[in-house]
Design a protein around this ligand. Structure first.
Ligand code: AHR
Length: 521
């Protein structure tokens, strides 16, 4: 290197740093004088299937376990889930739901069956209907029960509903009482089958629609507390990312429904996979995988827009809601983990991915009234990982914790220039932001800086407000693939962030690859 170059290089570095610093802040205007729809808290729902160690090990350890538990349900997991205010838990499947026969999972004698979808392992049926409701009671969540359409019968589903909800002295009501629960359970949501175009029975849309009507007609939730405005909502199978005909067929049928049947929601499933079978690693990846997965996940917006457009055709008044009741990152399985258990680690990238999807759902809050990330514990994009007595909270968990103030808040539009982030051939917006006003009147802003290399300074102006401050929490880490482990559980955990108020706007510096939620005080 020449002498001149030796002097020039540090100067160039300084100039580059100054250029980064000199970048003007991004103006973010929270249009506090405008109100959008209420963001249904059910958008923050979870999905727990009998799959791998999602239920057994993750929730259910049995009454005699040395792991602290209440009636067999592990207490550390309950404590963690309570803190994120889980609004509903979709159960028992997934594909498992269309093979589930509820009678085998009640009473003192459980029948061990085979979980042919997921690893071909024995299903002990020790976690059944009564344990599910016990679990919901412990975490303070509502029931979303998916009934078996694929291999079950309308009679089986009708009897299950009666077992759960009747307050009358019937044989099934008495049986529930004998199993320890005299009072009827509340079933807030009932799913009519799961992916009936695939693992739920490979049905044509027309065949499914005929069955959907039968199930909707013959299953009754008679819990006296769930009549009128509190009535159970029935959710039909809609399309997935590829097959778009189901939603159309279901909505067409709905538009001419008669007194005998009705549905209140349609479901769609959409995983962020980046090529089937899922092969991208959950850890040890670099910026290329980071960029590809996030670009892919943003397609959720188009999918919802497309599904909503189909629904608008038959339901311009938006009476039927859209439930994205399976979504999340689907990655290569943890090396060495059991085939079919869909176990994967969870990194900072998953946290950013979760925030982007939750933001999309909130922006579509007029139609999307429910979403369930797949899946709650130990499976796919999980909130919590367990191994025997050990438990760790994932980066995705912390996004759900940060977003609690958005549950049932009112959407407030935000204006900002998202800019762009490019890695090789992948370009996407650099920033994302969503705001809402909670029931107490407080304004909240969630901002994501997707760019893994550049911090973003934002200048937040709240329309109608002259001064104030901005405080909250931010989730980030040194690397895009940073994870929490049993040995290092706090590698990716939120820390405080605060804004400086400069001339009526609050300036906030968002670290690269970060998710922040702040209160606009
Ligand atoms: O979440 C795993 C599986 O993905 C579900 O069982 C199924 O509904 C979907 O295809």
């Amino acid at each position: 290197m020449t002498r001149a170059a030796r002097f020039a290089l540090p100067l160039l570095a300084l100039a580059a740093a100054a250029a980064v610093r000199a970048e003007p802040p991004v103006a973010v205007t929270v249009q506090a004088d405008k109100a959008g729809p209420v963001i249904d808290r059910q958008i923050f729902g979870q999905f727990a299937e009998h799959l791998g160690t999602g239920i057994y090990g993750g929730i259910w350890v049995g009454k005699d376990s040395p792991i602290p538990n209440v009636r067999g349900i592990r207490s550390d997991v309950v404590g963690a889930l309570k803190a994120i205010h889980v609004p509903n838990v979709r159960w028992p499947g997934g594909c498992f739901g269309d093979e589930y026969h509820w009678r085998k999972g009640i009473g003192p004698h459980r029948q061990v069956t085979l979980n042919s979808n997921w690893g071909g392992v024995p299903e002990p049926d020790t976690f059944g209907t009564d344990e599910y409701f016990d679990f919901l009671g412990q975490i303070g969540s509502e029931a979303y029960v998916s009934v078996n359409v694929g291999s079950g019968t309308p009679e089986e589903a009708a009897e299950w509903m009666e077992y759960m909800t009747t307050a009358q002295k019937t044989a099934l009501g008495d049986e529930r009482a004998a199993n320890g629960h005299p009072a009827p359970y509340q079933v807030a949501y009932m799913g009519i089958g799961n992916e009936s175009w695939g693992c739920g029975g490979s049905m044509t849309p027309d065949h499914y629609v005929d069955l959907m009507k039968v199930y909707a007609h013959f299953t009754h939730n008679t819990n006296p507390q769930q009549q009128g405005p509190n009535a159970m909502k029935r959710i039909a199978v809609g399309s997935d990312g590829g097959k778009l005909d189901y939603t159309d067929a279901v909505m067409k049928a709905w538009s001419t429904h008669d007194y005998a049947w009705n549905i209140e929601g349609v479901s769609i499933h959409n995983y962020t996979v980046n090529g089937w079978p899922p092969h991208l690693p959950a850890t040890g990846f670099g910026e290329a995988d980071y960029a590809h997965m996030l670009k892919e996940t943003l397609r959720m917006d188009d999918l919802i827009a497309h599904q909503s457009a189909i629904m608008d055709k038959y339901d311009p008044g938006k009476k039927v809601f859209l439930s994205v009741d399976e979504w999340g990152a689907w990655l290569a399985k943890t090396p060495g983990s059991q085939e079919g258990f869909l176990q994967q680690q969870n990194s900072l990238r998953d946290a950013v991915l979760a925030a982007l999807n939750l933001n999309i759902f909130m922006r579509h809050a007029d139609r999307v009234k429910m979403a369930n990330i797949a899946q709650m514990i130990n499976v796919l994009q999980a909130m919590i990982l367990t191994d025997g007595p050990k438990m760790v909270l994932t980066p995705t968990y912390y996004v759900y914790k940060l977003y609690v103030p958005f549950q049932d808040a009112t959407f407030v539009p935000v204006r900002f220039d998202a800019g762009s982030y490019t890695f090789q051939d992948v370009t996407m917006p650099r920033l994302d932001a969503v705001a809402a006003r909670d029931k107490a009147g407080k304004l909240w802003l969630a901002v994501t800086n997707i760019d893994p290399n550049r911090p973003a300074e934002i200048a937040v102006a709240v329309q109608g407000a002259r001064e104030g401050n901005v405080t909250g929490q931010v989730l980030t880490a040194a690397k895009v693939d940073a994870i929490n482990t049993f040995d290092a559980p706090n590698a990716v955990a939120p820390r405080p962030i605060a804004g400086r108020v400069v001339g009526g706007t609050a300036h906030l510096t968002l670290p690269p690859k970060s998710v922040a939620v702040v209160a606009l005080n």
